[in-house]
Design a protein around this ligand. Structure first.
Ligand SMILES: *Cc1c(COP(=O)(O)O)cnc(C)c1O
Length: 455
């Protein structure tokens, strides 16, 4: 057998020193984010009461394509970066496809997902700006776990508001956060006005992401030296995640190939943007024709079936208004296991790129995603996060199309995380207890009609 390379790594010296900000190169910039009260375009200063100043500036920076990665952050990246780029020979064999399939393995980060790439950056800026405390909310628990380690790394106290149902159903994510030294609070809680109000009215309320966000934001606004952080959707998060695609670009070069298709699963857009934007810049600037596919769950299809509109970023309607593809902030997605993909909208950068035809989206049903995840586990050995399995399913579909057409095609997808803390979901799938959720058109229309009243 001819010897062949399966995994491609960069040396520490080759880990990128700058993040890539696609907004600087976009032909049509994202429309402005609006203040929820005045409906005027937001200025960085408007974000300072809640977010660190540096990330507030990054959020609205449409001019600098390259932004230096602070040396302290890059030093922490070296714990797990570069992550490997892997040629999935075993999966290719199982599919009997002429396609070459590569994946970027972000599951090797100590917290098990790509979220650490932004958590480290955000914690660093908070520390540098003299803060002592940070806070956030977490649904499935991936962002909370990443931020717990990042807060510890930079010597910050962290309070995580975890939606009560997940707090009870996902004990191991809770344990991880506590192991890294974070305080984990089931939301709604008695520690904030917002939480006390809800609990007084309904003592058995199981919590929602919207309530957890309100509690975290209230804490950031009332506790001195405390700021709030967010793990997806926003532009600065996509910026930090560009490290994924920048490394992948160098690693694909080592493999002697360039992707025809780049795929990422899609919650708010940060890992998709992370793997895609560094390649997409060659479509924008150099006329490359790479396709970019966002893989979203069929039960939460904002890109494939939502509308492009101004909407709130949270369920409660506290955040600024974002121009984005959305199902309406009141949309309550079914309780699929890919918790990280249950978000009603898409980030503003991705939304504009989608509108301008630079990318495509596909929706994947829950059972199809698990089937793909199990095939991936059985061929490549890694049990993927249920979120990541959506990207795998989309990659498999592209590989099977290549086989039908009898054409070689190079596919790159991002493995955003592993599923070792999601085994209860796999148990249910293997026992035949999972189902698909069909989303009736009327439900989408109803939510979107409510939206029209905002702006
Ligand atoms: C949070 C999460 C996602 C979805 O978030 P994006 O911002 O869309 O990347 C996907 N995969 C994993 C493993 C996650 O933890």
């Amino acid at each position: 057998m001819m010897e062949r390379t399966k995994r491609f790594f960069l040396s520490e010296n080759e880990i990128p020193r700058q993040w890539y900000n696609i907004m600087a190169d976009m032909v049509n910039k994202p429309m402005p984010i609006l203040h929820p009260g005045t409906k005027q375009p937001l200025k960085p200063e408007d974000l300072y009461p809640i977010f660190a100043e540096e990330v507030s500036k990054q959020e609205l920076n449409m001019t600098d394509a390259w932004i230096d990665i602070p040396e302290e952050v890059r030093e922490m990246y070296k714990i797990y970066r570069s992550t490997p780029l892997v040629r999935a020979y075993e999966l290719e064999k199982a599919l009997d496809t002429p396609a070459h399939i590569y994946f970027k393995n972000e599951s090797v980060s100590p917290v098990g997902s790509h979220k650490l790439n932004s958590a480290l950056a955000q914690a660093y800026y908070c520390k540098k700006e003299g803060l002592t405390n940070i806070t956030t909310e977490t649904g499935a628990g991936q962002w909370g776990t990443a931020l717990s380690f990042a807060a510890k790394a930079f010597g910050l106290e962290l309070a995580v508001y975890m939606v009560k149902v997940s707090y009870e159903q996902k004990p191991y994510r809770r344990s991880l956060m506590r192991t890294w030294g974070a305080q984990v609070i089931a939301s709604p809680s008695m520690s904030t006005k917002a939480g006390r109000k809800i609990l007084t009215e309904n003592p058995n309320y199981q919590g929602s992401l919207g309530t957890a966000i309100s509690e975290a934001i209230e804490l950031a606004q009332t506790v001195p030296n405390c700021k709030y952080t967010l793990g997806s959707v926003l532009n600065h998060v996509a910026l930090h995640q560009s490290i994924i695609g920048l490394e992948a670009e160098k690693q694909m070069e080592m493999a002697g190939e360039y992707p025809d298709v780049v795929i990422g699963c899609f919650g708010g857009g940060s890992n998709f943007g992370g793997i895609s934007f560094p390649f997409m810049r060659h479509n924008i600037l150099n006329g490359k024709k790479t396709r970019f596919i966002a893989a979203e769950p069929a039960s939460c299809p904002k890109l494939t079936r939502g509308v492009f509109q101004y909407d709130f970023g949270d369920e409660a309607g506290y955040t600024p208004l974002l121009p984005m593809y959305t199902l309406g902030h009141n949309f309550a997605p079914a309780h699929i296991h890919a918790g990280g993909l249950r978000y009603h909208g898409a980030g503003t950068i991705v939304s504009q790129l989608m509108k301008d035809g630079y990318m495509e989206a596909v929706d994947i049903k829950q059972l199809e995603s698990f089937k793909a995840g199990v095939l991936f586990a059985q061929t490549e050995g890694i049990v993927p996060a249920p979120e990541s399995s959506h990207a795998i399913a989309a990659a498999i579909n592209e590989a099977l199309k290549a086989k039908e057409e009898g054409k070689q095609k190079t596919i790159l997808f991002n493995l955003s995380g592993h599923g070792l803390i999601d085994m209860a979901a796999y148990d249910q799938y293997l026992a035949g207890d999972l189902q698909n959720y069909e989303l009736p058109e009327e439900e989408i229309c109803k939510n979107i009609e409510e939206l029209e009243k905002i702006i």
